[in-house]
Every structure is written in structure tokens, then in C-alpha cells.
Design a binder for this molecule. Structure first.
Ligand SMILES: C[S@@+](CC[C@H](N)C(=O)[O-])C[C@H]1O[C@@H](n2cnc3c(N)ncnc32)[C@H](O)[C@@H]1O
Length: 269
């Protein structure tokens, strides 16, 4: 039957026409399959996280190591920020996955800004840099262009200000109080410590610090961010409301030194 169909089509279309029709047929099959998978994935997201968080669905199409529970937590915290003029700073943006989430979360807030700091040159701690290099070498556009495309396509571009460079390049002249600081840049001990010490003083009382790749698991890939958290945050009454979502730490700066954290103990489990 297959052979008969092929011969008949070749007779009608000619050999070249048959080949073109066959390619078009397989391309359309692939397209339908992709659309079907895309639709199923959208449905999955909608059912799991509801209509309220559907606006960040697009972040799933941006490659990066940010798991979905972390994306949802980032969204929820950013969404809870004041409605007028919140300032968010992200150290380490890569291809924009977390920036898509954060920018979407503030897209209805008047005057809200998300500053995204990244050198966009694939530099990083030794355990990540090789991966960044491999990914960036396979791209047909620069990391910065890729980041910008993703934000335009899936995030809220008008709420994002891109600062190209290392976090330390900007901390010296920084003067804006910060509502949410997300540290996810270089994961070495010195770099995380520097990011924390240079940037956290700008967090407003009641504002949030979120650190990625902070894990209590001794086998976790990055062991340095947790050292910084233990040294400066976890036993420091300036930081309250600790929440640990697997390898992401969320804390809030206390309004006063005496404010204590009710979930401090469980958060460390
Ligand atoms: C883990 S990726 C960020 C992932 C991103 N937050 C996400 O979830 O999609 C780390 C990024 O930080 C960048 N980076 C490394 N050192 C940095 C520094 N000192 N300041 C800012 N970004 C840095 C890396 O080049 C990389 O693009």
C-alpha cells in the first residue's frame, strides 16, 4: 500500500515534487506534535498553579536550572511587594528565566523596576563556567541578545533594566533602596559573600533577600552559598521569616533588630 502510494504520488508530482511533499508532510507532523506537547504542558501548568500564575508560563520555554517551585516562589514573593515603585535587583540573569518570572510579577505595579545584572559573557564559578561556555558557544546570537529576546517574548520588557557587568561594578554607586534582592550570580564563597555584604545593606526593612543554590544537603553541587548563609544570615536576628524551598533560601530583613523569626528552626531542616 505504502509502495503503491509512493509510486502514484511520484507519477503525479514527479520525483522532486514527491520529495518536497514528503518533507512538508513530516515537518507538519513534527509541528503538530510540538503544538500538542506545548498545549499539554500549558494545561499541566494551569492545573497545577492556577490562572493566577499562568502569566509566567513562558519562563518554562527559557532554558536554565531554575526549577518550577523556585519560579513560583519568586513570583509569589515579587507579587507581594508594594504596588507602587518596588525595586528588584537580580544578580545573575543568564538567559532570563528568573527575570521573566520577576518582571511578570511586577508588571501591574506602578513604576516597578527589575534591575538585571549580568556580564553576559558566560563567566562564573568554576563548577558552572564550563556549562555556560558550552551553551553560549552553540547559540547563534549573543547571550545578551538571547536574554533580551526572552524577556521581550515571555516577560515584561518595560519593567526590566539590564545592567551589563559584574555585581561589584554597580554596588559602589548604588543608591536605591531595594524591595527584593535575588542573588544567583557567581556561586563561589568569596563572590556570594561579596554580593551579600555589598548589596544586602540596600534592602529595605521588611524587604526580601532570596538566594539561589543554598542547600543543606552535603551532596549538593554548590557548597559555598550555604556557608555564607550560615555565617551571616541564619543566626542573625536581622533576617527573619526564613523559608527554605529545597536549594533556595528566602528571608526578610527585620523592621527592628528584636523581630524574631517564627519558622527559623523548621526552615533549617
Ligand atoms: C545561575 S546563572 C543565573 C540564572 C538565572 N538567575 C535564572 O534563574 O534564569 C548565573 C549567571 O550569573 C552570571 N554571573 C557570574 N558572575 C557574576 C557576577 N559577579 N555578577 C553578576 N552576574 C554574574 C553568570 O555569567 C550567569 O549568567
Amino acid at each position: 500500500m505504502k509502495g503503491f502510494l509512493k509510486t502514484s504520488l511520484q507519477a503525479v508530482l514527479g520525483k522532486g515534487g514527491y520529495r518536497a511533499a514528503r518533507s512538508a508532510y513530516y515537518a507538519s507532523k513534527r509541528w503538530i506534535k510540538m503544538r500538542h506537547q506545548g498545549a499539554m504542558d500549558r494545561l499541566y501548568w494551569l492545573r497545577k498553579y492556577g490562572l493566577r500564575r499562568y502569566s509566567i508560563y513562558g519562563h518554562r520555554l527559557v532554558p536554565s536550572g531554575l526549577p518550577e517551585d523556585h519560579a513560583v516562589a519568586l513570583y509569589d514573593v515579587a507579587k507581594s511587594l508594594p504596588d507602587c515603585g518596588p525595586v528588584l535587583v537580580e544578580i545573575g540573569s543568564w538567559l532570563g528565566k528568573s527575570a521573566v518570572v520577576l518582571s511578570r510579577a511586577i508588571s501591574k505595579k506602578k513604576g516597578a523596576v527589575l534591575f538585571c545584572i549580568d556580564p553576559f559573557n558566560a563567566h562564573g564559578d568554576p563548577s558552572s563556567a564550563a556549562h555556560y561556555r558550552n551553551v553560549s558557544q552553540k547559540m547563534d546570537v549573543s547571550l545578551l541578545e538571547h536574554f533580551t529576546q526572552n524577556i521581550k517574548r515571555y516577560g515584561s520588557y518595560k519593567h526590566v533594566k539590564t545592567l551589563r557587568g559584574y555585581s561589584t561594578d554597580f554596588s559602589g554607586n548604588w543608591d536605591k533602596p531595594i524591595d527584593l534582592l535575588f542573588i544567583d550570580g557567581n556561586h563561589s564563597y568569596e563572590a556570594v559573600k561579596r554580593d551579600f555584604l555589598e548589596w544586602s545593606p540596600f534592602i529595605k526593612p521588611g524587604g526580601y533577600l532570596i538566594m539561589h543554590d543554598v542547600s543543606f544537603d552535603p551532596n549538593f553541587r554548590h557548597q559555598d552559598p550555604i556557608k555564607v548563609a550560615r555565617e551571616f544570615i541564619l543566626d542573625n536576628s536581622e533576617w527573619v521569616d526564613h523559608k527554605q524551598i529545597r536549594h533556595m533560601l528566602i528571608v526578610r530583613k527585620a523592621y527592628e533588630r528584636s523581630e524574631t523569626s517564627p519558622v527559623h528552626k523548621t526552615a533549617r531542616l
